[in-house]
Design a protein around this ligand. Structure first.
Ligand code: PLP
Length: 386
């Protein structure tokens, strides 16, 4: 059997899958249109709604997060429709590529990577042109910033435009209040804060978005047509075969979230991310992003002068079995490393990350300012937030 011992998966997704969730996915496959599985799908829906902060339908697809980013756009666009995309990192950039592929007329609001967004910039652009949708990334995993969806929702809400939000790496790790904040389509996926294996894509859809989806003349799509998914949902099903065993896993993960309590889950994420940030800064690493807008699900830091990000990632993996992420976008290559703080992460994980990072930096010729500086700073941060 394939096993990889001593492997610490500490990426900003996919995240380590808790044993309970992993075992759930080993249960026998059921008839995906039978009563037993339909009950599970319905329960997933019910448990997901408070996490999305919505009373609306949540659609479930086989697919990764990107499939849902594409589906969100494809379901509302007609060829040539104008879309305003907020680009603050790699995933904003990916939305631009998807929009182009779908034949949209794309305008962007370019935010300095790691920097803040002023929602007034969105308001001004909405006065100049009619957009089918404004698109934003809630939690920009490439830079470590969580953006204020409520602020953007407030300026989009009373315009004809829809607000499409990628919360793939945010949902279940940072607060999402889709209905209250005025988001129209929120997409996510199973393998980030939802601490499940990769393969399930999710989309929650507002009444305003359904109006756009229900009109004729949209760009062609079949598999990910939200109308087909809604029709099946009315019968507690999915239009095509869903990843049955992953749904078991998702359901188990949702049970775990409810047992801990969503508010406690979110608090744990922000507390552990703050401790990790304190630790890496004490090791002499600068945050990649503006600190006051830091994400609670990923910590993104600059690689010290003279070192190469890829070398740190490689050494951490080979010598210490801690698997973190480097840069994914060409503009960041070698300059950034990222550690996930999403999903089933504990204090012990954060302390171990910092031990391994300190040892790695030392091995690469950059010893910490003082022994255990990172661990100490993290423990201090945890003590004040306990
Ligand atoms: C991980 C991620 C995605 C989706 O990536 P997939 O590999 O397609 O699942 C989308 N947006 C953000 C912000 C992400 O972090």
């Amino acid at each position: 059997m394939l096993t990889i011992p001593d492997y610490r998966l500490r990426l900003p997704g996919p995240t380590a899958v808790p044993e309970r969730v992993r075992q759930a996915t080993a249960l026998p496959v059921l008839n995906h249109r039978g009563a037993e599985f339909k009950a599970m799908l319905t329960e997933c829906q019910q448990r997901l709604k408070p996490i999305f902060g919505t009373a609306h339908d949540i659609l479930l697809f086989a697919g990764s997060g990107t499939a849902m980013m594409e589906a969100a756009l494809a379901n509302v666009l007609s060829p040539g429709d104008a879309v305003l995309i907020i680009v603050a990192g790699q995933f904003g950039d990916r939305f631009v590529s998807i929009g182009k592929a779908l034949g949209a007329a794309i305008d962007t609001i370019d935010v300095e990577w790691g920097g803040a967004l002023d929602a007034q910039r969105v308001a001004e652009r909405l006065k100049q042109r009619t957009y089918r949708a404004v698109v934003m990334v809630h939690n920009e995993s490439s830079t470590g910033v969580a953006y204020d969806v409520a602020a953007v929702g407030a300026v989009v809400r009373d315009t004809p435009a829809l607000l499409i939000v990628d919360s793939v790496s945010g949902l279940a790790g940072i607060e999402m209040k889709m209905d209250a904040w005025g988001a129209d389509i929120v997409v996510s996926a199973s393998q980030k804060s939802l601490m499940c294996a990769p393969g399930i894509g999710l989309a929650a859809v507002s009444a305003k978005a359904w109006k756009a989806i229900d009109r004729d003349g949209r760009v062609p799509s079949f598999f990910a047509d939200f109308r087909r998914a809604r029709a099946s949902l009315e019968k507690d099903g999915t239009p095509f075969t869903p990843p049955v065993t992953l749904v078991y896993g998702l359901l188990e993960a949702l049970h775990m979230i409810d047992e801990e309590g969503l508010a406690n889950v979110l608090k744990r994420h922000s507390r552990l991310a703050a401790a990790l940030r304190a630790g890496v800064q004490a090791l002499g690493l600068e945050l990649y992003n503006r600190p006051d807008i830091s994400s609670a699900t990923v910590v993104s830091m600059k690689v010290p002068q003279g070192l190469e990000g890829g070398a740190i990632v490689q050494h951490l993996r080979e010598r210490y079995r801690t698997v973190i992420a480097g840069a994914r976008h060409p503009s960041q290559t070698g300059k950034v490393i990222r550690i996930g703080t999403m999903g089933m992460v504990s204090e012990t994980d954060i302390i171990t990350d910092l031990r391994h990072l300190e040892a790695t930096l030392k091995d690469l010729g950059r010893p910490a300012p003082a022994p255990h500086a990172g661990v100490r700073a993290a423990l201090d941060a945890l003590a004040v937030s306990a």
